[in-house]
Write a protein that binds this ligand. Structure first.
Ligand code: PRP
Length: 213
C-alpha cells in the first residue's frame, strides 16, 4: 500500500510536529536531516512527510494528494473549504488581533478605515460582524509596516508574544477575534478509505499532546 502522506507547514509547526511524532515513537531522522528534500519517509516508511507552505498544505489535502495535514487555524479560517479538522494539536498557539498605532482612535469618526493584512477573508468577516465598511489591502508579510508607513490605519494579524507589535509602536485594539493553534486535518475520502491508519496516528499524536501540555 502507498504510504500515508502527511503535509506539514514548513517552519515552526513542522518542528513542533516532528517533536510530537518522535515522542509518539516515529523515527523522524530523515526529516531532521532533510537538506532541501521536500518528501521524506518517517517511522518504518509507512508514513511520508511532505513539507509545504501553509495554504498549500490545505490545497494538497483537499485534492487528496496528501491524506493528512498540519496547519494553523489561522490558515484554515482564511482558506478553509472542504476537509475534516480532526485534532487540535495544542501548539502554535496565538490569536488574531486588530492593532494600530498608539494613540490612534480607530473607531471614532466616519472615515472608511483601511486595514492591511495577510488574512483578507478573516478581516472582512470580522468587520462584517461589526457592520463596518472597510478597505482591505493584502500584504504578504511584516504587516506591521503598513500603519507605520501610512498605508493603512490598522492591521489584522496573528499575535503570539506581542513583541513585534510592541517593538514597532503598535497596540492591540481588539484581540478577541479568534484563538489559534495547529490542527491536524484530513482529506474526506482518505478518512473513509484509510480510517484505521489515520485514527491510529491521530490517537498517538493526541496521547503525546496530552502529555506535553
Ligand atoms: C508573525 C505575525 C507577526 C508575528 C507575531 O509573523 O505576522 O508579525 O509573527 O509574533 P509575536 O507576537 O510573538 O511578535 P511571522 O514571524 O510569521 O513573519 P511574517 O510577518 O513575515 O509572516
Amino acid at each position: 500500500m502507498k504510504p500515508l502522506r502527511i503535509a506539514l507547514t514548513k517552519g515552526r509547526l513542522e518542528k513542533d510536529t516532528v517533536k510530537l511524532l518522535e515522542a509518539a515513537g516515529f523515527d523522524c531522522t530523515a526529516v531532521r536531516e532533510k537538506g532541501r528534500r521536500l518528501i521524506l519517509p518517517i517511522g518504518d516508511g509507512n508514513i511520508e512527510v511532505v513539507l509545504a507552505k501553509a495554504a498549500d498544505v490545505i490545497t494538497y489535502v483537499e485534492n487528496g494528494v496528501c491524506d493528512l495535514g498540519v496547519v494553523g487555524k489561522d490558515t484554515i479560517m482564511e482558506n478553509g473549504r472542504s476537509f475534516y479538522e480532526i485534532l487540535d494539536l495544542g501548539f502554535g498557539k496565538c490569536r488574531f488581533a486588530l492593532a494600530g498605532k498608539k494613540g490612534f482612535d480607530f473607531f471614532s469618526g466616519y472615515d472608511e478605515r483601511t486595514i492591511a493584512t495577510k488574512y483578507p477573508n478573516v478581516t472582512r468577516t470580522f468587520f462584517e460582524g461589526k457592520g463596518m465598511d472597510i478597505r482591505v489591502i493584502k500584504i504578504e508579510g511584516s504587516v506591521e509596516l503598513a500603519p507605520l508607513l501610512g498605508l493603512a490605519d490598522a492591521i489584522v494579524d496573528i499575535v503570539e508574544t506581542g513583541s513585534t507589535l510592541k517593538e514597532n509602536g503598535l497596540v492591540i485594539i481588539e484581540d478577541n477575534v479568534a484563538p489559534i493553534s495547529a490542527r491536524l486535518i484530513a482529506n474526506s475520502a482518505s478518512l473513509k478509505l484509510r480510517k484505521a491508519e489515520i485514527e491510529e496516528l491521530a490517537y498517538k499524536m493526541e496521547e503525546e499532546r496530552k502529555k506535553m501540555q
